[in-house]
Write a new protein. Structure first.
Length: 216
């Protein structure tokens, strides 16, 4: 039996509900679609609740392993994780999982426990856009008959330089446009777009720049 463990994300729906329904976002959706299809079981590694089953009922929270300016920007109160206590709880909870474990988690989640848990960590890409593409591609690969090992190897493989993918961009005034942020920046000089800010949107590090956003 193969088991996947995925980390939680910042975006959460309001109200108490099952953990698998609480979180949302393009990377979350792509990752969960893949692990549900490719693994026998999966669990969530939560910054607040530790290692939990997807059907566990939990409430929204604002916790992080380190200070995050995004919380302040949106007027949210941030609570920092007690890393030592959190790590001990996760290590103990993972001992009941006897099968092959793949940790689809970021460094902040894995570093506190890496020397004391079973299984292997599946390396994540450095930005949301690349990570999303990796998991979407992996799902297609798996459905086309590739093995789980081949899929996770692809997910972990580093991207070449300038890994930004082409996107369908959308703007309320200019409509839709397809391509990379650099060419969008050249396409509309009258908007005086900031190339660096637009690139952040392309990499999933910002939601929009002067009205341009990625169509999902």
């Amino acid at each position: 039996m193969n088991i996947a463990i995925v980390n939680c994300v910042n975006k959460k729906h309001p109200g108490k509900q099952q953990a698998q329904d609480l979180y949302y976002g393009m990377t979350w959706d792509a990752k969960i679609a893949f692990v549900k299809q490719a693994y026998d079981e999966w669990y969530i590694l939560s910054a607040k609740y530790g290692l939990i089953h997807p059907t566990t009922i939990i409430e929204p929270y604002n916790m992080s392993f380190r200070p995050d300016k995004r919380f302040l920007k949106h007027g949210l109160t941030q609570e920092l994780v007690d890393i030592k206590t959190w790590g001990i709880n996760v290590i103990n909870a993972s001992k009941s999982l006897d099968n092959e474990i793949h940790w689809h988690v970021g460094n902040d989640y894995f570093n506190p426990i890496k020397n004391n848990v079973k299984g292997i960590r599946i390396k994540q890409m450095p930005n949301h856009s690349a990570n999303t593409k990796k998991y979407k591609d992996a799902l297609v690969m798996y459905n086309e008959g590739k093995t789980l090992e081949e899929c996770v190897e692809y997910i972990s493989k580093p991207l070449p330089k300038n890994p930004e993918s082409e996107h369908t961009w959308i703007h309320d005034v200019y409509g839709e446009w397809y391509g990379k942020s650099y060419y969008l920046w050249k396409q509309y000089p009258e908007q005086k777009l900031d190339q660096a800010c637009l690139r952040k949107v392309g990499f999933g590090k910002a939601n929009q720049h002067k009205g341009w956003r990625i169509k999902h």
